[in-house]
Design a binder for this molecule. Structure first.
Ligand SMILES: [Ca+2]
Ligand SMILES: [Ca+2]
Length: 370
């Protein structure tokens, strides 16, 4: 009887492990119950979490696969002090009176700031643009903010409360020798009765002072102010990845797509752009697909993914299954944001079980032959 029971239990274990092994079967989307980001409304804080808590163990950009370093921004005390003084004097008619600046010790004790610097040689990246964005990593919304932003009426139309409050503006500049209008050391002022702009001149400095008009604004700035749902979407870390600024800039808000041919615009980096579409490298297509599925499930009303795109993303999901980093990333984000991307969690459970089973088999073999 005991023998029969143990035989049955072995049979049960074997059949369970076959079920676990069914890893490559198409993923069942109906099983998924993805909750949304409820823990992190601030986009700035989200970026800091990613930079300081989530990515340090895997500093690699999504689109090119180049590694990057987190470097302390080094600033020279004398240089910074001189910059501050130059600005102060411009706004105070060349006077240094009242100028205050931290001591060198205070300056050096300030909390350091960090920048993320890509290592282009690690993936053969070459910049397309000539700006500074090729030298920095940025936090990229894989599902673009404008894609879901457009579904909120405030994106186009603004809101009653999205009006800048009038404030006093003071702009100063130094005149060159040709522009020089006055040599008086005391500022001489005139006010334009039509615009209300007061202009004061002394030696080579001219300052304009006026009240700004209340101006309505829309887009990201307005939505961040009035919509909690938009703020949560914008700060959702599951949708944020590090990318070289140059590639991020050219990707703009173009949708993900498959592009015929293998044109290369960023050196060896396998990211293509054509007809306002963007094609990422194979290794991250699944990551990108699962991010889209998550965003659509979590924020249904604001994710107008077309059927055609959805079909492509399903192919990408199968083509590039989860790996251990994608699983780790998901867990780490959940710790800080409060929810997992279930489109990653479910296949990760299977991956972990499969890995554990493989380990188990090796252990059995190891025990047999030792
Ligand atoms: Ca292609
Ligand atoms: Ca991948």
């Amino acid at each position: 009887m005991t023998k029969l029971l143990s035989f049955l239990s072995i049979l049960f274990l074997v059949s369970t492990s076959f079920a676990v092994d069914d890893f490559d079967a198409p993923f069942l989307f109906e099983e998924v119950d993805a909750s949304q980001n409820l823990g992190q409304k601030s986009f700035t804080k989200a970026k800091n979490f990613l930079k300081n808590d989530i990515y340090p163990s895997h500093q690699e950009g999504i689109y090119c696969g180049c590694t990057y370093d987190k470097q302390v921004v080094v600033k020279d005390y004398q240089e910074e002090k001189l910059k501050a003084l130059t600005r102060y004097k411009l706004f105070h008619w060349d006077s240094e009176e009242g100028f205050q600046y931290p001591t060198e010790e205070e300056f050096n004790n300030k909390k350091p700031t960090y920048k993320l610097v890509p290592n282009p040689e690690t993936c053969g990246f070459e910049p397309k643009g000539n700006g500074t964005r090729a030298k920095q990593m940025e936090w990229e919304h894989v599902v673009p903010a404008s894609f879901f932003g457009h579904t909120f009426s405030e994106w186009e139309n603004g809101h009653d409360t999205c009006i800048s409050t009038p404030r006093q503006v003071r702009k100063c500049k130094r005149l060159n020798a040709v522009e020089l209008r006055s040599v008086a050391s005391e500022p001489k002022c005139t006010t334009d009765p039509a615009t209300g702009v007061q202009t004061c001149v002394s030696k080579d400095i001219v300052c304009e002072t006026y009240m700004s008009d209340p101006k309505p604004y829309s887009g990201r700035r307005c939505l961040t102010k009035v919509s909690e749902e938009y703020s949560l979407m914008q700060a959702d870390m599951h949708n944020l990845y590090p990318a070289i600024g140059d590639v991020n800039g050219y990707r703009s808000n173009f949708p993900m797509a498959e592009i015929a041919g293998e044109a290369r615009e960023f050196g060896k980096c396998d990211a293509e752009i054509k007809d306002k579409k963007f094609e990422p490298r194979n290794e991250v297509r699944g990551d990108i697909a699962r991010t889209h599925f998550y965003m659509q499930d979590a924020y249904k009303a604001h994710m107008p993914i077309s059927d055609e795109m959805y079909e492509m993303l399903k192919r990408w999901n199968d083509l590039d299954p989860v790996d251990t980093w994608e699983c780790d990333r998901n867990k780490k984000i959940a710790e800080l944001q409060g929810n997992e991307n279930e489109f990653v969690s479910k296949p990760c459970e299977k991956l972990l079980k499969r890995n554990a089973k493989r380990k188990g088999i090796f252990q059995v073999l190891f025990d047999l032959f030792k």
